[in-house]
Design a protein around this ligand. Structure first.
Ligand SMILES: O=C(O)C(=O)C[C@H](O)C(=O)CO
Ligand SMILES: [Zn+2]
Length: 375
């Protein structure tokens, strides 16, 4: 059941439960005299009233085009406070047509380590876990306040999806002041940007430089999107699996024998602040990123993929002497603030994409923490 509340700052919170509530609130809350007795409600000035009306309209359009969208978002049945949805025509069969988008953006604020210490499982998951990012016919983004790093998924499901304007950046096009790293974790697909079409097979990585304009995803790809602010335009480049640099680490004796594949990395190509690659475990090895590390000058996000539906990775996070854990499923991501370790052990096969943004692109700028130092 939805309940109309008079707190304009938590608009998204009102709307997730019931779209009819959104329609009611639009009628009652966006007029100059809303009839509500709350001082905060009637104090809404013209600009916020317009913004509220616009947000509700977009949500109602979403509802009309895809009734299940609101309840599926993030696997938590909730829309975030900042949500931007636009739809285009949907041809029969349910796939999006050329150039149409269904875009949802969720904001994650930066968390202080003292705050994280006191969080229970639900709170840890809501702040640090990204779930439900891959949905057929949709682009779902998580806009973080960790170095303004943004991650998400685009699943064109045989149609096309275009990512262009995103309200959160207040730029005409998302990549006007940003660069992007895309990994195809699905079947072959295409990405069009800057007048080029890139064919991407599973595991290929595409770097798009600042100013690339609208990005159109197509085919059967499942595209993992990462992006960070950029200060100059560098050439876009498709880095195939054959082009990456491989680094072998660990040993079977310590159950952490693994291959690190570096794609958007100084050894391979130049970027402004994005660094990206992925790591796979050898048969019989379960541990990633052991010994653990932190890097004060860069945030990081891990996307776990290539897992069976029932498999889980026990992901360790937190300050080295205040560790916490998250059980993570396939195609879920973990945000790692600069103060947090990011290591995991898998029950079943897994690969993870690591992507970072921050002050430098020196992959080795990290501080190791040996297992005996962890608490
Ligand atoms: O297995 C590993 O070790 C990694 O893949 C580490 C990540 O690349 C990382 O955390 C880089 O900062
Ligand atoms: Zn790291």
């Amino acid at each position: 059941m939805w309940r109309a509340r008079c707190r304009p700052t938590r608009l998204g919170w009102w709307l997730h439960d019931e779209w009819r509530g959104a329609r009611f609130i639009r009628g009652g809350r966006t007029r100059p005299t809303s009839g509500c007795s709350s001082a905060r409600c009637s104090a809404l000035s013209l600009a916020p009233r317009r913004e509220v009306a616009g947000q509700i309209d977009r949500l109602l359009i979403c509802h009309t085009n895809n009734a299940s969208h609101m309840s599926e978002m993030s696997g938590r049945g909730r829309l975030s406070d900042k949500t931007c949805c636009q739809t285009g025509p949907r041809p029969a069969g349910g796939h999006t047509g050329r150039g149409s988008i269904m875009l949802t953006v969720e904001t994650r604020h930066a968390i202080h380590p003292d705050h994280a210490k006191g969080m229970d499982t639900t709170a840890l998951r809501s702040h640090f876990l990204g779930e439900g990012m891959f949905a057929d016919g949709e682009i779902r983004l998580v806009y973080t306040h960790y170095d303004r790093f943004t991650l998400g998924g685009a699943v064109p499901a045989g149609g096309t999806l275009t990512l262009d304007k995103v309200e959160e950046t207040k730029t005409d096009s998302f990549l006007d002041r940003r660069e992007m790293g895309i990994v195809n974790i699905g079947e072959p697909g295409t990405v069009e940007a800057g007048g080029e079409t890139y064919e991407m097979n599973r595991g290929d990585v595409l770097y798009l430089g600042m100013g690339s304009g609208a990005v159109t995803f197509g085919g059967q790809g499942r595209f993992y999107i990462t992006s960070a602010p950029a200060h100059r335009t560098l050439p876009s480049r498709l880095v195939t699996v054959a082009d990456c640099v491989e680094v072998k680490l660990g040993a079977s004796e310590t159950s952490n024998k693994r291959t690190i594949k570096q794609f958007i990395h100084p050894q391979v190509m130049e970027s402004c602040q994005l660094i990206l690659g992925y790591t796979s475990l050898e048969d019989g090895s379960v541990w990633n990123t052991i010994p653990s590390h932190i890097h004060d000058r860069r945030m990081e996000a891990y996307l776990y993929w290539g897992m069976d539906e029932d498999a889980r990775v026990l992901h360790l996070m937190g300050e080295p002497t205040e560790t916490r854990h998250l059980f993570v499923a396939n195609e879920q991501a973990v945000l790692s603030p600069t103060w947090s370790i990011h290591s995991g052990a898998g029950i079943g096969e897994y690969t993870f994409i690591w992507a970072m943004a921050g002050d430098n692109v020196d992959y080795t700028d990290m501080e190791f923490i040996q297992p005996k130092e962890l608490r």
